[in-house]
Design a protein around this ligand. Structure first.
Ligand code: 13P
Length: 250
């Protein structure tokens, strides 16, 4: 059985008080018996407090990024061991905003991925095509190449430590969502090529989640598709009611 996963990507939003308040509201509203894995991802300065506030709840804390080096002269960066020392064991890698604004190449992302898996972190690995790619009918090729350059270069992965987030760039923060059929088509494609590379058992068990303008009114139809195992939620995760409604749509 594949794990259902809903994660809130808070991006560069919320200060300390807002972050703590949002956690408190989510905690209050979250069904304690829920079977879905629920993650939130505050910014680095607030992770330590977030971990403390989430203790005893079903909410897990996810870092939005990590540096690929172990330690040293990398001003402004955060390492895996720093995250581990405050109790974080999940990290997001390859978000399109990191790829585009911070020039993170597949090579850098492969290093981040490989080091994080070595340290037994759970990795949310993001892939997805641009609008131009989709308009030129290159979306399958682009996604396949992103996988070939990164995840497929790793010999042995435990499916429990990897979540793939398909996030078409044209749907992020734009209000445009991939239609449920477009999401299903791409998720099925990803699962197929993963099966060819890592085998059926791996591909049947890995969670592939969708991200890109998921809102309370669109979540259940997307989550209802066979190969969609949950969502990576941006804007709507900053509001506790909306986020919980999305979590409950699975
Ligand atoms: P939005 O839900 O705001 O489109 O953001 C999606 C996203 O980038 C999640 O990582």
């Amino acid at each position: 059985m594949r794990k259902k996963v809903v994660a809130g990507n808070w991006k560069m939003n919320n200060d300390l008080i807002m972050s703590n308040d949002l956690i408190k509201s989510i905690k209050l509203k979250l069904n304690k018996k829920i079977d879905t894995d629920v993650f939130i991802s505050p910014s680095f300065p607030f992770l330590n407090e977030a971990i403390k506030h989430c203790k005893g709840s079903k909410i897990k804390v996810l870092a939005q990024n990590v540096n690929e080096n172990k330690s040293g002269a990398y001003t402004g960066e955060v390492s895996l061991s720093m995250l581990k020392s405050i109790g974080i064991d999940s990290v997001m890698i390859g978000h399109s905003e990191r790829r585009e604004y911070f020039h993170e190449t597949d090579e850098i992302l492969l290093n981040k991925l490989s080091n994080s898996l070595d340290e037994e972190f759970k990795v949310f690995f993001c892939i997805g095509e641009s609008l131009k790619d989709r308009e030129n009918d290159l979306h399958f090729d682009v996604v396949e190449q992103q996988l070939k350059n990164t995840i497929f270069r790793i010999n042995k992965i435990n499916f429990k430590n990897l979540i793939i987030a398909y996030e078409p760039v044209w749907a992020i923060g734009t209000g445009l969502t991939a239609s449920p059929d477009q999401a299903q088509e791409m998720h099925a494609f990803i699962r197929k090529i993963i099966a060819e590379k890592f085998g059926d058992d791996f591909s049947e068990n890995i969670s592939i989640i969708y991200g890109g303008s998921v809102k309370p009114n669109s979540a259940s139809e997307i989550f209802g598709k066979n190969d969609v195992d949950g969502g990576l939620i941006g804007g709507a995760s900053l509001n506790a009611e909306d986020f919980i409604e999305i979590v409950n749509s699975i």
